[in-house]
Design a protein. Structure first.
Length: 168
């Protein structure tokens, strides 16, 4: 099983790391979504590839196994806000890494207008100024569920909360 004190990588690096188009795409995503480094991007790419692999295996599975496990996977992705109600496994296969990056807390704080830039949003989250559903979340890469999206606010004693009250 492995020693629990020795963690493993949660990402896979690109197969061809020096392709120009891939480098440009990675740098665009890192800059656009305010990621700290490419490891964060690779972690979400690996997460997406695991989701897509699971969908491909379900498409090839027998029908009784498929129906049971398909509903579980689709419900999880709907709860995360990656898919809409009534989606199919084909919709899972059409997901892109941008869809996952849009569900990060850092991106949602920026999109909601609580921060002026995506980098400021990252700073606010990692310094503990942002709350999700009445609890402080200090991980910019936290995947926000669909129900939690409207519950993103500033902490009550945060200086940003006081500035928001003054301007509102």
């Amino acid at each position: 099983m492995g020693d629990p004190r020795k963690s493993r990588k949660k990402y896979k690096t690109p197969r061809y790391p020096w392709r120009l188009d891939q480098l440009q795409n990675e740098m665009y995503l890192v800059g656009h979504y305010g990621l700290r480094n490419k490891k964060e991007l690779w972690r979400f790419e690996t997460m997406l590839s695991q989701i897509r692999r699971q969908a491909r295996r379900l498409l090839a599975a027998p029908s009784e196994v498929r129906t049971r496990l398909e509903n579980t996977l689709l419900e999880k992705l709907v709860r995360l806000g990656l898919l809409d109600e009534g989606s199919t496994l084909d919709d899972v296969l059409s997901l892109k890494v941008e869809d996952l990056l849009e569900r990060r807390l850092q991106t949602l704080v920026w999109r909601k207008g609580l921060a002026k830039t995506v980098y400021q949003a990252r700073q606010m989250v990692s310094h503990g100024h942002v709350m999700v559903d009445d609890r402080v979340v200090d991980r910019p890469s936290y995947l926000v569920h669909r129900g939690e999206e409207e519950k993103i606010t500033f902490r009550a004693d945060s200086p940003y909360a006081r500035r928001a009250e003054v301007t509102a």
